[in-house]
Structures are given as structure tokens and as C-alpha cells.
Ligand binder design. Sequence first.
Ligand SMILES: [Zn+2]
Length: 466
Amino acid sequence: MSLLVRGGTVVSPAGRRVADVLCEGERIAAVLDPGAEVRADEVIDAAGLLVFPGFIDPHIHPRDPGDTHKEDFAHASRAAAAGGVTTLLVMPNAVPPVTDVASFRRRAEEHGAVAHVDFGLWGLSLGMANIGDLAGLFAEGAVAVKLFWGYALDKESKRLVYNTADRAPEDVIPPASTGEVLEIFQAIAGASGILAAHCEDRDILEVAQRQLGHAPEAYTELKIARPDVAESSSVAVGIELARATGCHFHVCHISSARATHLVRLAQQDGLPVTAETCPHYLLFVAADCAGRDAAMKAYPPVREVADRDALWAGVADGTIASLGSDHAPHTLADKTQAFATAPAGMVAVETMMPLLLDQMKAGRVTAERLCWAASEGTARLYGLYPRKGVIRPGADADLVLVDPDAVWTIRGEELHSVQKHTPLEGTAVHGMPVVTILRGSVVARDREPVGEPGGRLVRRNPEGGS
Ligand SMILES: [Zn+2]
């Protein structure tokens, strides 16, 4: 089976050019000057469209197994395809989580049976409880290990415990101490892996909340209860642990100017430190959340104009190597409670790329930089390059055809997740992924998933190769 994508503008981080992309089977066979004489079983006319390497969302929580009334992997992966994403990297905090080789293999099998796009798996750090399992996870192909730094975990389910006050100490795995986190860095350095962390210093959060005097009741209070210094101080400690151990330290969902500054300095020192941010931090500031406070609730919170601008600067200069949705669905009932008790997280995998393409159209980011952060840079970071993240012969034929001029309005009821609500209800966006191609097969067209689930596990391979 061969597929020719004819006459589109092929985007790479280095530039764009009009070209024909020939796919043979699951791989890209050739990138040809337009109009070349080639025969193919199927031809897609891409004139006027941008052709990106398939987008990669490295940060989703599909709640599967565990809370499948909130989301499941079949739905999340269909939503991904509809939104132009061809590879998902799945966060490990389902119930049960991925914490060792056996749970990794089980999850790979479960997800592989329903995946509409390709996927990689994260492993979860349980502090000292599974430090001996981390090397095995990387040997198996885990893309990274996640440390929910500062959070206690339920001993039984391994769920995050957001409030330890009402829990008996014997029922929780306490947060790792800084010394124990150093040991986790050492273990992951030894496995040539990546330690990725949620960075908000727990002690600073506790003090900030005490100074506020009560649980935050609106977004304007959330940013007081979870200040930027909580993030930046945690990032600073992580950078020093990376410096001491040589471990690759990755900051998940970076939200502040201060933390971005520290990551940039660490990179200038030659340290293996990288960062990811999410559309909500790039698009919004706290003041924008008035009226949809609980819907927009996320940890860390969205912040101020200076933070947002610093994140865009980080995307532009490469300090921020990767963009993730932090897709973390809850029910509508969860997200319409009072702000103080509403859980953090939102439905986001399907809207991530449309929102970023809209920002591209508005001139906030170039197609080349978007291509880097949402595809090639992310593929390189997680050891998926050059199989993923690039349009060149030999790579997987993962392509997203984008109509930069199409305008559509985000409607929750049109999303493909289990939960069909979004804080962006009614937002008009310019730019639409119109065809999503996974390893040579069309998996979504005009924002609708098509075909049977054919997604497969991808494994981290730091040396590259296929
Ligand atoms: Zn997350």
C-alpha cells in the first residue's frame, strides 16, 4: 500500500518547502519535488495545506484503568487522532499505576488493544518503594519516570493524596525526602533514563496556603496559594541534583518565568535539563479565568502576563523543548463544584494542537518552532527520533495536514473524550488538522477519527535508530 501526499507545504524546524511525500507501507519512502511522476495506491491533494510530522503529546492522563468514567484510553487516543496527534505518551498514575516491568507489560497490552494512535508509557516513582524497579522500566522502553514531587501516595491504590491531614499515616506512602530524591536521580542516571517531575515545593505551598488563611476559593487566590517560588525553588533543587548525578531532569508543565530562567541557565551550564509547557500556560493568565475558575483549575496554576511571555520566549529559543496537553479529565459534576473542592485538570488532548495552530496563525509562534516543540523536539527528548518527529525517508509515515485558514469553534459535545466539556467552550480557532496519518494510514479526517484502532507501543531508544 502506497500513499502520496501531493503538493503540501512540508514543515520542519529548519524551514518549509512545497513537496510531495511518498509513503510506502508504514514508512516515508521519499520527499520529492512537487509534481514528480510517481504512482501510488492513494493520493491526497494537500495543496494549500501545511504538512507537519505527526504531533506528539507527551503528557496525558487517560484514567485507564481506574477512573474510566472520566476517560479511557480508547477515547483519549481517538480524540488525539482527531486533534492531529499521532503519538501519545501516557502518564503512569492509573489504578494500578505502571511501577515495574510487569505492570508496564500489562498496560502496553491493554492500551495496544484499543489504541487509535501510537503510544509510549511513563513509569511512576513510588519513592524508595520501587527504586529498584526503575532500571527495569527503562530497559523495557519506558519513555521517562514521573516523580510527583512532594505528594504522598495512597499505599493501596497508589493514587496521589492531595490532603494528608485526613489520612492515617500508615495508609500513605509519604513524599520522598530531598535525600531520597537524590537517590532516585542516582538510580535513573545509572539507567540513562529521564526523571521528570511535577515541581511545586510542598513546604512552600503549605506556608502560602497558611498565609492565605483558607483554601483558595477563586483563581486569584489559587495563584497566591501556589506561588511561582514554589515551582522555581523545586526546579532549582532538581537542577542541583541533575548537576550532582548527571541524571536527565525534565520539568513537567513549567508555568513561571522564574523557573524558565533557571532551566535556561542550567542548559547554558551544559546540564541535562529540559522543560515542557502546556497550552493553558501559553494562552491564559490568571485574570482570564474569572467566571470559569474551577473549569480552568490546574496545578500549577496559570499565572501572569510576564510568565506567559517568558514561556513563549522559552519555546522560541528552545529552552522549552516540548509541549504537552496535561490532559487530565474529570466529570462535569467534579468541575462545576465550588472552586475549593473542584479537582485540578481538564480535558485537553484534542484541543492542544488546534489552540497552538491558532497561536501560530496569530503570529505568536512560527510553524518551524511549533514543529520542533510539538514534534521533533519531543521525539528527540523521549528517544523516539528519528522514527518519529521528522518527515524524511525511513521515518514512520506519521503526518498531519493542517489547513491554516480553516476557522472552527470548539464545542465540548464534538470532542471524542468520554467527558465532553472544556473550559474553552465557544472559543473560535484558526487552523485545523484536516487529515491525520499514522504509519501510512489515515486515522482522522476533518476532526473525526476513522478506521480501526491500529496504534502500537513505541519504546524509548536513546541511541535513535528504528
Ligand atoms: Zn499531568
